[in-house]
Write a protein that binds this ligand. Structure first.
Ligand code: COA
Ligand code: ZN
Length: 316
């Protein structure tokens, strides 16, 4: 396998995850979660979103959260925005990076942000203007890059034209999002083979959901194509309220454990992250999909059953 020496994880649990929680998570617990993630060494955190509070009531405290987190030097704190109003709010809240959202599927874009793709791109040009004026970098995410729960296939030529528009607006990075877990590893390879050479200098991120247990295989396929930035969410929280069937993102600690087991560095303290995942389970009041919290790390060992040790043959 072709593996990078190091990958960069962007934690999205407090945004993609908390946005769909049924009960309002108190602001201080959101702040605590962000601070714990940063303390565990997560290098990038998508803290929240600056969207309409009617669309996503759970994140209506975005400005308070941004104002009260402890800024760890070196950590990049970002937020998701759908339009220039969100960008202005995000910049006022001193985000280090703006993440934008548009879908590669017309139906999902209308369901998610009540705009056609063309209308969204006009808003995102205004976001780019705010970002340029304030020198805040933009990473542009594209929902349903690999398939849409309403339309099915998303033609790669269509995806490429959306990427092209966002790159022309000055995006530093592009996030390809598999919003409802429809991508498979062969498809991820095909899409990257086509897009990566056409947009030199772009930092590519893969944003996965583990809806059909293909998130880590898709990430492995993306690494084979040189991608080294991945979104993930603590405990496997996550889902889009406007995409039926969307379930959690790839679980941060499961992904980081897999990477470390293969010798790929992330700079994250996995034990601290597992503790954070336990705390997040307590905050949301239920168990989460992550496997590592249940199984322990690969080097966990159990005591032998009685009478077995004496019967193990000596190694020759
Ligand atoms: N932040 C806060 N408020 C915003 C806003 C933003 N970024 N953008 C718009 N609003 C407000 C408007 O001021 C207006 O408020 P009012 O009713 O008090 O006058 C209201 O929201 C409606 O604005 P409008 O421009 O007509 O938007 P809309 O109702 O068509 O909704 C979006 C469009 C994009 C604002 C909304 O669909 C949205 O926020 N979607 C986010 C979806 C999301 O986060 N999905 C999950 C992540 S992928
Ligand atoms: Zn997502």
């Amino acid at each position: 396998m072709k593996l990078p020496r190091r990958v960069t994880i962007c934690e999205v649990g407090t945004r993609d995850g908390f946005q769909i929680e049924p009960a309002f998570i108190p602001t201080d617990q959101k702040i605590e979660t962000v601070n714990r993630l940063a303390a565990a060494g997560i290098p990038r955190i998508e803290v929240t979103s600056f969207v309409s509070p009617k669309a996503i009531p759970q994140l209506r405290d975005a400005a308070e959260v941004m104002a009260a987190i402890t800024r760890r030097p070196g950590t990049i704190y970002s937020a998701l925005v759908p339009n220039d109003k969100g960008a202005v709010r995000a910049v006022d809240a001193r985000v280090d990076e703006i993440h934008t959202v548009v879908s590669a599927s017309e139906s999902h874009n209308l369901a998610n942000v009540n705009m056609t793709i063309a209308e969204s791109l006009t808003k995102l040009a205004a976001v780019a203007e705010v970002a340029r004026r304030t020198s805040v970098p933009v990473v542009s995410g594209i929902s349903c890059s690999f398939g849409c729960p309403f339309e099915g296939d998303v033609p790669v030529a269509h995806l490429e034209s959306v990427v092209g528009r966002l790159v022309d607006m000055g995006a530093r990075g592009i996030g390809l999002a598999d919003t409802t877990g429809m991508a498979n590893p062969a498809q991820v390879g095909r899409v990257l083979e086509r897009l990566v050479p056409r947009f030199p200098g772009i930092e590519w991120t893969l944003h996965t959901h583990d809806t059909r247990a293909m998130a880590i295989p898709n990430i492995l396929a993306a690494m084979e194509h040189g991608v080294t930035h991945f979104d993930a969410s603590i405990g496997g929280l996550g889902g889009c309220p406007f995409a039926p069937g969307a379930s959690g993102n790839v679980c941060s600690e499961d992904l980081i454990h897999c990477l470390h087991a293969m010798g790929v560095e992330t700079g994250v303290d996995l034990d601290a992250l597992i503790e954070t995942s336990r705390r997040v389970q307590a905050i949301v009041g239920r168990g989460l999909p992550g496997q590592l919290v249940k199984a322990g790390k690969w080097d966990r060992r159990y005591p032998l059953p009685d009478g077995v040790r004496e019967r193990i043959p000596a190694r020759s």
